[in-house]
Ligand binder design. Structure first.
Ligand SMILES: NC(=O)c1ccc[n+]([C@@H]2O[C@H](COP(=O)([O-])OP(=O)(O)OC[C@H]3O[C@@H](n4cnc5c(N)ncnc54)[C@H](OP(=O)(O)O)[C@@H]3O)[C@@H](O)[C@H]2O)c1
Length: 332
């Protein structure tokens, strides 16, 4: 295959958000360095991290101008020095945390480029390395969810939230979900026990009422801001766990005083990139369990909503304004 010198891509030109994401047609095709592969992108996954990077709120994020997008699926068309696997022609899914997926070609670290399983479409593989492992790590091993426990899942209609709900239902938990009201039907269809309005300021009271005053055993906290306070108040004292993995609604803080005198709960931070680097054995276990869940029909088979690359700025603006449901993807 002949690789062109330039390509179509979505370039983030400022840290003012998706309004400054621009379609360009003359970006240089990247060259894979040692340990990297170049893929011809078939489909790119949209993630909330794209918003954080476009707003400059992602720690050590890329500096504009940069080609946006972290999650790509495609065929390996060139390999850098020292790379033997994946070989040329292999269809892979991978994450490049500094961007590059919203383009015709993307560089990925070879070590993190996972072959797309036999029989899966390109779109099936979206979520495999970002949303699903994050949701599973939050439920187990970090959240230690067991059958019969109650879990509160925020942003339950979103890409990560839907995966978390499916798995929590499968594991035999009682699931209390939060979502914007227009997404409640989509969340109910996943089999949740209760769904609450994510815009309400009574979430903690409602969870306590639903749990006979005990609170949830586990909370998947991806919203931050005022919602973190509600999550802490809605968690079972002493044994309850709050796994914090997102701040979509803004940052929030917890004091020592808070944990000793107000919310006696376990607070656990989750960053999937750090988990991969610092606890590879745990990530291996998470991925093995994910493939087991796919084989059992718990995950997969739920197609993302796909848009042309040119619609990227609109799609990201909708994700930021809470107007979307499920996994979103762009076709370069
Ligand atoms: N730590 C990690 O390693 C890691 C990895 C993957 C994802 N994440 C985090 O997981 C969360 C979900 O990511 P995703 O890509 O699957 O996105 P998503 O859930 O598809 O979309 C975000 C959802 O968050 C909810 N939300 C609540 N308050 C919000 C606010 N003020 N602004 C925007 N959205 C708000 C909205 O749902 P409702 O309107 O229905 O409430 C919105 O649809 C994000 O916080 C993301 O950063 C973290």
């Amino acid at each position: 295959m002949t690789i062109p010198a330039t390509m179509r891509a979505l370039q983030q030109t400022s840290l003012a958000g998706p309004q400054d994401l621009r379609l360009v047609t003359d970006v240089a095709v990247p060259i894979p360095g040692p340990g990297d592969v170049l893929i011809h992108v078939a489909v790119a996954g949209v993630n909330f991290v794209d918003i954080s990077q476009a707003r400059g709120t992602f720690a050590h994020g890329p500096c504009p101008p940069y080609v946006a997008g972290i999650e790509g699926v495609g065929v390996v068309v060139a390999v850098g020095e020292g790379v033997t696997e994946p070989s040329l022609g292999t269809r892979v899914v991978g994450v490049g945390i500094t961007g590059g997926a919203f383009a015709e070609y993307m560089v990925l670290p070879a070590a993190g480029a996972v072959p797309v399983p036999e029989g899966w479409s390109d779109e099936d593989a979206l979520g495999l390395l970002v949303n699903w492992p994050t949701a599973l790590a939050a439920l187990r091993p970090l959240g230690c969810l067991t059958r019969g426990e109650t879990v509160l899942i925020h942003a339950a209609a979103g890409a990560t939230g839907q995966a978390a709900v499916r798995m929590a239902v499968h594991y035999g938990a009682t699931v209390i979900a939060t979502a914007s009201p227009d997404k409640h039907d989509a969340v109910r269809a996943l089999g949740v026990d209760h769904v609450l309005d994510s815009h309400s300021n009574r979430i903690a009271d409602e969870v306590l009422q639903l749990t006979g005053g005990d609170g949830a055993d586990l909370v998947l906290e991806s919203v931050g801001g005022a919602t973190l306070e509600a999550s802490l108040a809605a968690t079972r004292r002493v044994t309850g766990r709050v796994v914090v993995y997102g701040v979509a609604g803004g940052d929030a803080s917890i004091s020592g005083w808070d944990l000793i005198y107000t919310n006696q709960v376990h607070v656990i931070g989750l960053n999937i990139g750090t988990l991969i680097r610092s606890a590879p054995h745990l990530f291996g276990e998470v991925m093995a369990e994910l493939f087991h869940l796919v084989a059992a029909g718990v995950l997969g088979g739920h197609r993302p909503t796909v848009y042309d690359l040119a619609e990227g700025p609109k799609v990201l603006a909708e994700l930021e304004s809470r107007a979307t449901t499920g996994k979103l993807a762009l076709l370069p």
